[in-house]
Design a binder for this molecule. Structure first.
Ligand code: FUB
Ligand code: ZN
Length: 653
């Protein structure tokens, strides 16, 4: 669904979009051009992570022959520029801006100049070692970058009509079709980091060129099809490793098994969800049932056993990876912002394959919690890793927690997350609806105006709501078709009591796979969905050892947390009383306006003799309990009031 079909009117989301337009996009542009003096932090203690400057635009100028110099940054530094361009494209579709368009036109032109005559594009290899092109594909991210480029160019074409964008994209795609594929004489492998498949599918969707879809399918099929080929690929280039990137075990990049046989989420989390996003898209487009089955199995494994309550994924910093079922450590996890963004992409594609509200539930969970937590309220500070439990000193002094930051850095040595978030927020309207020939599904509750006139359907839906502050959503529907239309409204998995009315009359809500389907004849109609949103306690599966005897608080789609700022540090000493009533109220001035949750609890303090209080262990735990009011804020807003402790799961007694 194109952005022009949906216009967001929601004050919260408009604020985020404006933040991206007015703060993030110019800020990121300055970073990409090295024209801003900021501290670039390594995302963890790893000296091989480049952290001096971005140099991303300079890399393009050098590759295009417009400037002299060497490449600097990650081998995938180009993708920061592409994601920026993609966010700009969506932003232009929302709010036209001549100056920004001129700037972006210049970037597309620069990209076209850096493109090689045969269609190849990649500043690292063009500048440093053109002879090593595709020689170390498992680590080189060449196709990963081109995938992001295709996504950006498709978005730019849709937003501005740019012919140059399309020329560059088609040249890239033609080059890839000539170079990779099952035929004799072509390369029979894919990139170590999935993404090209998503880019090719986007190009396929707007051009209808089947060979792009087929190549996307090929890149997926070849992955893990031939472990020997991959081993050869990983060692065929004797030129040495690429800065900061080294060959990893097969599971890391999902090459351990043919993709159709993969049924658990393994390896690097972003790679895995990008792979699944493309697989689901290809499955829908080409009818590949094996892909569909694998996607469903991997989805089940993530959602049932490997996802944090915040919609974060990736349990360890080592390889930024999944580990094993129920291994969900709150203070060492990875939960990269990009991984949750990828999970949102995956969920959206799954909704096209199967009308089941669970996909939208997970999409919403990842969006409202981990994804939004990736950015500070000023739009200029970003988390790469989104912990569920933080004690600032541990991140600084415990080498195994160096990735767990308590304050969002101004920029990161590996800057994949900030521009990824910019493109997600500027395109949030794409996730609100799923449109099918026989029904329109409402997945997210975001005030907006939607019209399908451009799609040849005379249907419009206006959503009016202040969700998630309240759970009341009014849909004003206009059906100008001669036939009935069917709207399916998501009934969130977290809901309690829900009331509904149609055209002003209360009705009984019926449910099919998590959606309430209503059929309308020609004319104007309204549906009111009235969900009670109140703070609720959530508990983890008993196999999650980290969360035993603990509780998390959520309010509608938002997971909550406690912060030292409100509750004093030493959050591990807090106990939420089982019998206490959780209350909520809205605070306009706090963190941009949030609903705060409160509950009665206790803080454990030592009540014994001084000598015993200073000993590390005791047989006589003389704890006292001091009554306290525990105050919770939405998880996505934590870390905006200076450095302090934070926790999602707290002890309950
Ligand atoms: O490898 C490219 C990107 O950098 C990945 O998606 C992120 O996880 C980070 O490693
Ligand atoms: Zn990232």
């Amino acid at each position: 669904m194109a952005r022009r079909d949906v216009c967001v009117t929601d004050p919260i989301w408009k604020r985020y979009k404006e933040l991206v337009r007015k703060e993030m996009i110019p800020y990121q542009w300055a970073v990409l051009n090295d024209s801003i003096d900021i501290a670039i932090e390594r995302e963890r203690n790893d000296a091989s992570i480049p952290n001096e400057k971005s140099h991303a635009i300079a890399n393009f100028k050098i590759a295009a022959g417009l400037e002299k110099g060497d490449h600097y940054g990650w081998v995938f530094q180009d993708s920061d520029v592409y994601k920026w361009l993609e966010a700009v494209s969506y932003s232009l579709s929302d709010t036209w801006d001549d100056e920004l368009k001129t700037l972006a036109d210049g970037v597309v032109e620069l990209i076209s100049k850096a493109q090689q005559p045969d269609g190849y594009i990649g500043t690292y290899f063009t500048i440093k070692c053109p002879e090593r092109r595709y020689m170390r594909l498992a680590e080189s991210h060449e196709l990963y970058c081109m995938g992001h480029l295709l996504e950006a160019l498709v978005a730019y074409k849709l937003a501005t009509g740019s012919e140059l964008a399309m020329d560059v994209a088609e040249k890239v795609a033609a080059h890839l079709c000539d170079t990779f594929g099952p035929e004799e004489g072509k390369y029979h492998f894919a990139d170590g980091h999935e993404e090209i498949e998503i880019g090719l599918m986007k190009l396929y969707h707007i051009t209808g060129t089947e060979k792009y879809r087929d190549l996307a399918e090929y890149f997926l099929k070849v992955r893990g099809d031939s472990p020997k080929e991959w081993s050869r690929l990983k060692s065929m280039d004797k030129g040495g490793n690429i800065l900061g990137v080294s060959a990893e075990a097969m599971k890391y990049d999902q090459t351990h098994l043919p993709v159709e046989e993969q049924d658990t989420a393994e390896g690097h989390a972003v790679r895995l969800v990008y792979m699944c996003t493309a697989m689901a898209d290809v499955a829908k487009a080409s009818g590949n049932k094996e892909f569909e089955k694998a996607c469903k199995k991997i989805w089940r494994n993530i959602v049932d056993k490997r996802m944090f309550i915040t919609g974060g994924i990736g349990s360890t910093v080592l390889g930024e990876s999944f580990t094993l079922d129920y291994d969900l450590p709150n203070d060492t996890m990875y939960c990269e912002t990009c991984a949750s963004i990828g999970l949102i992409f995956f969920a959206k594609q799954m909704l096209n394959l199967e009308r089941n509200s669970e996909y939208a539930d997970v999409m919403e969970r990842a969006l409202y919690n981990t994804a939004l937590s990736g950015m500070a309220l000023d739009g200029k500070h970003f988390f790469y890793v989104n912990p569920l439990e933080v004690v600032p000193e541990k991140g600084k002094l415990d080498p195994t927690k160096s990735h767990v930051k308590s304050v969002r850095p101004q920029w990161l040595g590996c800057a994949c997350c900030p521009p990824n978030l910019a493109r997600l927020i500027t395109s949030v309207e794409d996730y609100i609806y799923s449109v099918f020939d026989d029904a329109v599904l409402v997945n997210l509750f975001i005030a907006s105006d939607m019209s399908l006139e451009d799609k040849g359907k005379k249907i419009s839906i206006r959503q009016k709501t202040d969700y998630p502050r309240s759970g009341k959503v009014l849909f004003e529907i206009e059906n100008k078709e001669e036939t009935d239309v069917t709207i399916g409204i998501r009934l969130p998995g977290w809901r309690d009591e829900v009331k509904g009315s149609i055209d002003g009359s209360a009705v009984k809500i019926t449910e099919k796979c998590g959606y309430w389907y209503v059929q309308f004849p020609k004319g104007e109609h309204s549906i009111l969905l009235d969900m009670e949103i109140k703070p609720k306690r959530w508990y983890a599966n008993l196999n999650v050892s980290e969360d035993i005897h603990k509780v998390a608080v959520a309010r509608g789609p938002q997971v909550y947390c406690v912060e030292g700022k409100d509750n004093g540090d030493g959050l591990h000493k807090l106990v939420l009383r089982k019998d206490s009533q959780l209350t909520d109220h809205f605070e306009e001035e706090l963190l941009g306006g949030v609903s705060v949750v409160e509950g009665d609890g206790e803080r454990l303090v030592w009540g014994g003799s001084d000598a015993a209080s200073s000993s590390l262990y005791t047989c006589r735990p003389e704890y006292k309990k001091e009554a306290v009011k525990i105050r919770f804020i939405p998880y996505n807003t934590w870390g905006n009031r200076g450095e302090n402790e934070m926790r999602v799961w707290i002890t309950e007694e």
